[in-house]
Design a protein around this ligand. Structure first.
Ligand code: 3HC
Length: 672
């Protein structure tokens, strides 16, 4: 090993400890693999060594293959070869695991003959989330060690399991002290160094379990819809029950390479890095000193305010929530409690955690109690005057340095900030509904928002487990601004001959969780309606005027039964027909292709305009907004990535065919 190698060896009597030091997550890049190969060879050749321990410095055991190497020319030793070599070693090798042994890291551990782990360690094969499968023997060794059912769970779903669960399943041989991993691993190595035969996963067999496979596939059909990788993982695990080990490995390798060179994995890897990149603000240094946030205030205990409050309570940050009337306050608090209790009923929260969260909530009618909050988020209804009045009042009572945020989904943050004497402390925090569930947070940067305010909110977003994206001030910010052209075109298509069902089907077949009309029914057809039945200007107004407000009224663009199952509505078809005649719109047969070109391509075009105007920092941020805020299928990588895979020329031609003005950067293919 060279002096610069991330791998070093330490001798402890007759045990050779092989240590990786490759921050931040000990990814198994070429230098690590080369170092590991040399260290194993050193241990195998040295007569005075009886056993080896592989462990990592820093915050975690190997967190996987180095994803940044994917798509580049391979450097030997390849990971599958290295894992085989560890397993073939004639001396016992023990993996000593802390942090997260993920992907290739888990596979290195499975190639070792024994595994010990600290109680807080997690083991998993999350490759499926990158559109892949474990490609270093994981699909063959996991079922051999832990059985088909758990191997399916781990590979096809990609969720890591706890050290305890791994021990019960036979993946971990011993749980060791949280703070004594090295000493305990050495003691373990001492115990097993003379034991023969050396246990090797490759030498085991595992019985087929077709029922488990069928049940698992059925249970998860919805979750896997549209994705290529889950089925490939399942297939490889099944092969472990049918093929000799070496053939299974070869099969796995082929399947891995097929996925790796496909568009879905490229899209999913793009989103992995895009999500992390989104946290960076180009002109704000990463070491910017943050403002302390010990208490958060929320104005408004409605659906949005309540959901926002839950994010902070769940992260252990106390919240003061203010309402104007006792009844509204009580209702809001009741909803928060019921949401937490529902989570507890599903086993995802302990009853004492529910009580702790509720105890950290201070409901009040007294606006002045916001005076000790470090961050106040306004979540009242969308009305500029109301918001400006609230901010002026807040300016009078908030402590110096407090961050003042609006949850507006469209309105001008600068106009709101202008009502205060501290516009540098004001910004937008646009949560998506339901705010306690949706991962996206659009952080809206006003003209005068201070750098440390932005940096503090971005860091806070991470604390409450949101994915934050910085947006500039523009009507609807990134997400809703892109939604508008989609909606306009969807409405036009109805008049030209399409049905709500057809348009929605094209969107769900594309992979969206719902189409524009299903979304309208869920959100409420009455949203944005002027509530004047004498002023009916379009199909949507006509529906609203008839009380067809969507799911909540069991009637909207669809009819709903009591279980909220939708069916096409003859009444809606009549209304659409009336409007076709009234507006004299010429009819034509609308194809699915036209729906894509007229509802999805304009979103890409709008995204390009947003980027040209500097309202988003980078194309990958736009993708993150659509993945985490609107359920754009991750295997298509977000609208901007998708446009690239479609081909910019094709998108431009489609837009031109329908008379759209094409954004310059889209036409030139210079979107960044
Ligand atoms: N390769 C390259 N870089 C990686 C990486 C990997 N496998 N995993 C994480 N990183 C980078 C991140 O991009 C980030 O870089 P940045 O600071 O420049 O943005 C840095 O490491 C820290 O990562 P996080 O911000 O995600 O740190 P967290 O502490 O929040 O999470 C983690 C740590 C749980 C390990 C998380 O990073 C993670 O889930 N990583 C991916 C794990 C994974 O998917 N492994 C499988 C890889 S594919 C594989 O192994 C194929 C094999 O089967 C052949």
């Amino acid at each position: 090993m060279t002096a610069s190698s991330p791998i070093r060896t330490e001798r402890h009597g007759d045990v050779l400890v092989i240590v990786s030091d490759n921050p931040p997550v000990n990814a198994l890049g070429a230098a690590v693999r080369i170092g590991l190969e040399a260290a194993i060879k050193e241990g195998a050749a040295d007569q005075s060594i009886a056993a080896m321990v592989i462990r990592c410095d820093g915050r975690t055991f190997f967190a996987g293959a180095d994803i940044t190497e994917f798509g580049k020319p391979p450097v030997e030793p390849l990971l599958p070869v290295l894992v085989d070599m560890i397993e073939a070693c004639g001396k016992p090798v023990v993996a000593a695991i802390h942090g997260t042994a993920l992907g290739g890291g888990c596979e290195v551990a499975l190639g070792c003959h024994y595994r010990v782990a600290v109680p807080s360690a997690k083991i998993g094969t999350p490759e499926v989330k990158l559109g892949l499968l474990p490609g270093a023997g994981g699909t063959q060794r996991l079922p051999r060690l832990a059985g088909v059912r758990l191997a399916l769970e781990m590979t096809a779903k990609g969720e890591p399991i706890s050290a305890r669960r791994a021990q019960e399943a036979g993946l971990i041989d011993r749980i060791v002290g949280e703070d004594s991993l090295v000493a305990d691993a050495l003691a373990f190595a001492d115990e097993v160094k003379a034991k023969r035969p050396i246990p090797r996963a490759a030498e085991k067999t595992v019985a087929a379990d077709p029922e488990a496979v069928a049940a698992f596939t059925k249970e998860n059909a919805r979750r896997f819809r549209g994705f290529d990788a889950p089925a490939a993982n399942i297939d490889c695990v099944v092969k472990a029950t049918e093929l000799p080990f070496a053939e299974g490995l070869a099969y796995e390798r082929q399947a891995f390479m097929r996925l790796m060179t496909g568009t879905q994995s490229a899209a999913q890897r793009h989103i992995f890095f895009a999500e992390r990149q989104a946290a960076r603000i180009d002109d704000v240094p990463t070491d910017t000193a943050l403002r302390p946030i010990a208490r958060v205030g929320v104005i408004g205990a409605g659906t949005m305010g309540g959901g926002i409050a839950m994010n902070f309570l769940s992260a252990g940050i106390p919240v003061t929530i203010v309402e104007m009337a006792q009844e509204a306050l009580d209702r809001g608090i009741g909803v928060i409690r019921r949401n937490y209790e529902a989570t507890a009923a599903k086993g995802r929260m302990k009853p004492e955690q529910v009580e702790a969260a509720m105890a950290a909530l201070t409901p009040t009618l007294d606006f002045d109690s916001l005076a000790d909050c470090d961050l106040v988020i306004e979540a009242v209804y969308e009305n500029m005057e109301v918001k400006q009045e609230i901010f002026a009042r807040l300016d009078g009572i908030a402590k110096p340095g407090a961050i003042l945020a609006s949850n507006t989904s469209y309105l001008d943050i600068d106009a709101i900030a202008a009502c205060t004497k501290r516009p540098q402390d004001v910004l937008g925090m646009h949560f998506f509904s339901p705010a306690n569930v949706m991962k996206l947070l659009e952080v809206v940067r006003g003209a005068e928002t201070a750098s440390d305010v932005l940096a503090t909110v971005m860091a806070l977003a991470k604390r409450i487990r949101k994915v934050a994206v910085v947006a500039g001030v523009t009507y609807g910010f990134i997400g809703n601004r892109m939604l508008m052209p989609r909606q306009v075109e969807a409405n036009k298509l109805l008049l030209e001959g399409a049905t709500p069902e057809q348009i929605d089907r094209v969107h769900t077949a594309f992979g969206m969780p719902m189409g524009p009309f299903q979304m309208a029914d869920l959100a409420g057809v009455d949203i944005g309606w002027h509530r004047d039945p004498s002023r009916i200007e379009n199909v949507r107004d006509a529906l609203a005027a008839e009380g067809r407000w969507g799911q909540k009224k069991q009637a909207g663009f669809y009819d709903y039964d009591e279980k909220r199952n939708p069916s096409p509505s003859p009444r809606v078809a009549e209304i659409i027909q009336e409007w076709r005649e009234k507006t004299g719109t010429p009819q034509h047969e609308v194809t699915d292709e036209e729906i894509v070109e007229r509802t999805l391509y304009p979103m890409v075009n709008e995204g390009a305009l947003i980027l040209e105007e500097g309202k988003a920092q980078r194309a990958s941020d736009v993708d993150v907004v659509w993945i985490y805020g609107y359920g754009w299928p991750v295997y298509r990588g977000g609208p901007m990535f998708w446009a690239k895979t479609e081909g910019y020329d094709k998108v431009v031609a489609g837009l031109e065919k329908h008379g759209f003005t094409v954004a310059k950067s889209l036409r030139a293919g210079t979107i960044k």
